[in-house]
Ligand binder design. Structure first.
Ligand SMILES: [Zn+2]
Length: 127
């Protein structure tokens, strides 16, 4: 279950990176547009008039990038969750394996695990 989450998370991150990269590329002006922009600026500088440039619609590209970002975040979240579950489960197991520190009821000396009698005074240790 947790490994499936991990795999799905990886896939989502890869898709997210791909989608947002695609959106980023869409947003970048092409070489032709850069040339037109430069010519228009030269024209503005020479004539002193502002040439109305058609505004490039970037809404779609931004939406694609946001979508990619969402994919990325969801995928990352799934990987963190799958890792977090495993970690907490291991912690529970290790805490169950570990006995509480025991002390002699008679003299208060720490008694190592598995010992039934105090190493110092020989009193019986209640587990
Ligand atoms: Zn003792």
């Amino acid at each position: 279950m947790k490994s499936e989450f991990f795999v799905v998370g990886i896939i989502l991150i890869m898709v997210g990176i791909g989608v947002s990269f695609y959106g980023y590329k869409q947003m970048q002006p092409t070489g032709l547009e850069k040339t037109i922009d430069t010519i228009a600026k030269w024209g503005e500088a020479l004539s002193g008039e502002k040439s109305p440039l058609p505004k490039r619609d970037k809404t779609g590209s931004v939406l694609i990038m946001i979508l990619g970002g969402i994919f990325f975040i969801v995928g990352l979240n799934m990987i963190i969750k799958s890792g977090g579950n495993r970690e907490s489960r291991e912690n529970i197991i290790s805490s169950q394996m570990q006995d509480y520190p025991r002390y002699c009821p008679n003299c208060g000396v720490h008694v190592s695990d598995g010992n039934q009698f105090c190493s110092k005074c020989g009193a019986k240790i209640e587990s």
